[in-house]
Design a protein around this ligand. Sequence first.
Ligand SMILES: [Zn+2]
Length: 306
Amino acid sequence: MRETPMVLSTTTTILSRWDDVPPRENLLKSMRLCAKAGFEHLDLHFGTQGQEGFPLAMDGWEIWVDEVAEEAFRLHVTFRQAHAFHYRTRESTAPLDNRPWYEERMRRSVLAAERLGVKWLVQHPSDFDADPTYDFEKARAYNIAYWTPFVELASRHHVGIAFENLYASGHHQRYCSEVDELIDLIDAFKGAPVGACWDTGHAAVAGQDQPAAIRKLGRRLHALHIHDNHKQPKGDEHLMPYCGMLDWDGIYRALADVAYEDNFSFEIKHATRDLPPELCEGMLSFMRQLGQYMVDRVVAERGPHA
Ligand SMILES: [Zn+2]
């Protein structure tokens, strides 16, 4: 018996690149557009909202979070899943300048997530893609040590951390591009609230057998980034499903088999980003229709005994 049903959601990064809404209004406008299109659940992208000049990176950010909570209440939308502010560590060859400021925005992501009722906050593992060669043991040890204080912070604030699968975007393998590495990282945190976010586009670029990977992840899986691409190296296109080469039928069956029960969340920012702003609403309505079709397909795969 599942505690919660799987629900459709979308990232809040959906505004057209020509939409010149001020940063403080960016998320609120996105929320209104998504709600108008029929989305009841949203994946709040703190990565966008934590950029310089955006509200999570400003003084008074807590007041902005309260405004977001009030608007979500008014629109009847929830944030079960959110994307943390993320950054690359590049420890050995290109140290991150001003590291505490990056970490502060991760901390704010956690506190804002708690305030907004987020259950799973997605974060990218540290990938070391600037190293001349790939060293799994080094990346593994670093990630476990580096993320432990953040996992503990999130746990104290009733938020789970979902680590996301990546893909090789540099000149060699990138940590957690393979499902087995992601599972190993999650399991290293033992009883802590740590799970997986499966990004279908990253997995396709990384050449993963997605149905097999989803079945391996099983109950560790608590968040999804759903999007499509043409499986080209570094080709993380974030296309709408059925506009690329992914095997959606296999993914539906695997999600049904593991009784996935969290957000089925679109991360297809390019569908709206590249359109004139006046076409955004119509595209979001279609995305809502497409998403509901996909959710229904997963439910249909569960069969009568689910
Ligand atoms: Zn993603």
